[in-house]
Write a protein that binds this ligand. Sequence first.
Ligand code: ZN
Length: 406
Amino acid sequence: MIKMISKFIAFTLGMLFFSQIAFADDTSSNWLKVDQLSQRQDFLIDKGELCKYLINTYEYVAKTTPPSLEYKFTDIDPQAQPYIIQASSLGLVNSTNPTTFTPSATVTKADLAVTLYKLIKIIYPSADLTGGENIIFPDNVSETDLIPLQFMYSRGIMEKTKNGTLEASTPITLGQTIDTIIRTIATAPDFPVLFNHYSSKRAYLTFDDGTSANTIKILDTLKKYNVFASFFITGKSDPTIIKRIAEEGHTIGNHTNSHNYFAIYASPENFWADFNIEQEYLSSVSGQDILFMRFPGGSNNTVSVKAGGTQIMKTLTMQAKEKGYFYVDWNVSSGDASGKLLPKDTIVNNVLNGAKDKQDAVILMHQIASKTTTAEALPEIIEGLQKMGFEILPLSKNSYLPQFLK
Ligand code: ZN
């Protein structure tokens, strides 16, 4: 089961992090029978065409043909539109007017969430579709759309936009529709996506102070276990390693250029000048917008008081938010920052004991060259967390982000 779950997560995250249309010419989506997907992916999908994919999905997953009901719409040709009649007979698509269907109407993101939610319920009537109730959307979302949207977001099937909004009422493209359908049924016919394994407990492995040769060892282990982590990088780290981190789907965060407490915490100007050097370096090497940051020593470090006074971290955390960065502290420490090199087993125990009672565990570890036992502890940490029922994820905007200073 774990293997299947991690397979699905890898698949889902792959979809989130890489090409929008990974399946254009892939045999894994042949069952959808999309005509000219690569040429038409940016076209808005209409309600009529959506019916075709709903029915093909239904037949593919349920391994049966939908019942055909009496044809009743005046604005579709029953011979040319069997999918519309079938989708309507299943109750997947509605029409406000009982006699017309308006097949050319556009489909919004919310429409698609609602429709796929209905489809899952029809195919698996006893599936547990709860989860995501605490996901809040800043946009105005109607009552009927809210639960399906929360479900889609809690399972990583749909994503928020860059500014955290949903754009639930935005019409969606054919490419986005196909991606969403494929994500929804990614593991059919087993459908673990439905059984809420994913939103129960989440662990975020975070590695500070790199990169180094340990980073390569860490990346190899993550790859072997098919899990994703977050790397907070300092200085002019090896571009090859940074690129690899980005390409393999991990999250990159800024941990300042100099990591020199007395210099960066002397004033807000000093901090942001140092931070911006690293920001430019990381974005240009990785090709990504770097949204996450971790303050050296955490946002409650005490050195900053000596360097820049009692208000300095308050000012910096406030400014970080204003600039649109997510600063991330931790709620589980591996203890590997300690002056002496900790034995591997101590690190494993610290992490697993720290995570034990957490719903969301953000785990502090280090990738700096001297911390060799952290990289050695990683396989046991991953296996231990998975045994405890944690889903291991890279940090994202939807993650729980512990912040010592609010
Ligand atoms: Zn650090």
